[in-house]
Design a protein around this ligand. Sequence first.
Ligand code: HEM
Length: 306
Amino acid sequence: MAQVQKGICAEPNLHAQYLMFNVIDDDAQVIRAKLAHILNVFEHYDEEHYEAMVSGVIAIGSSYWSDLYPGLIPMELAPFPDMECDDRHAPATPCDIFIQIRADRADVCFAIGSEVCELLKGHVELFEEVKGFRYLDGRDLIGFVDGTENPKGMHKFDVAVVGDDDPDFVGGSYIHMQRYRTNMDRWQRVPVKQQEDIIGRTKEDNVEYASEDKAAFAHTKRSSLKDENGNSIEILRQSMPYGDMTVKGLMFLSFAKSPKPFTLMLKSMMYGDENGVYDKLLDYTVPETGAAFFAPSLTFIKRNKD
Ligand code: HEM
């Protein structure tokens, strides 16, 4: 049985360090070996600081995958779906290697991140790094609890992890990442009742609106989709707030057994319903980056390290 990378279905943590690399040499063999080594770094810190609940994810960008593992391609691997409609744009900003480090201690995230960078030095350029943090009782910076309707328990694996239908890639996960930047001044000028209408849930108590009370522009209306048989289309969200006193937003991360659910949801948010009613949240928070990855199983990374 292929072992799933620990960070894919992990419970939320207090801190995250996101590292985005582009590869600058063509020695794929070295990179494959270094990625397997990074798994040992995750394991080492997890054992040394078990109370920190360390979890990591190594993910390979859709356009770099076939350079790294030639001849072996996850069945549904696809570039990030760049979308544009009126003044809304969800850009594709490809990235070769994405490392997600999470723990309940910021110093442990920092130590692991430093070791990862040291290991990859000379082979990659780090073009973006973002620190994520848990905010209040699991809220995003717009003040709403984020993640409530996420799949729970073992159901996370059904939603986020590739099964037997792609035998070479069992235990892997398709990841979509978008760094959203929120216009806090604009959002804070919106009365709370209107903010709640935009999300489709109450703010303080996090109670879902009844379906008939949700506006077509509500975020939870636009992102909550069903297939032709009436089954829910699901992703596992592992998003976290990031920012400082000037720039604030959400590192949005979707994990799924196929790239399709995320793409359908983003389409519904960006282009809207049959009347063109789009997700009003997008008037206040804007995706500045967007990249698609595949995170293979631990077994795959270790087996293909030479
Ligand atoms: C800055 C961007 C975003 C913010 C602040 C945000 C915030 C939220 C909040 C507060 C909720 C309600 C609580 C919950 O169930 O988690 C929610 C639900 C949800 N969001 Fe987002 N979200 C963002 C982007 C996205 C994107 C890009 C997608 C997918 C493409 C997405 C998919 C979902 C889904 C599937 C739900 C659950 C809907 C339901 O079944 O009720 N979100 N989001």
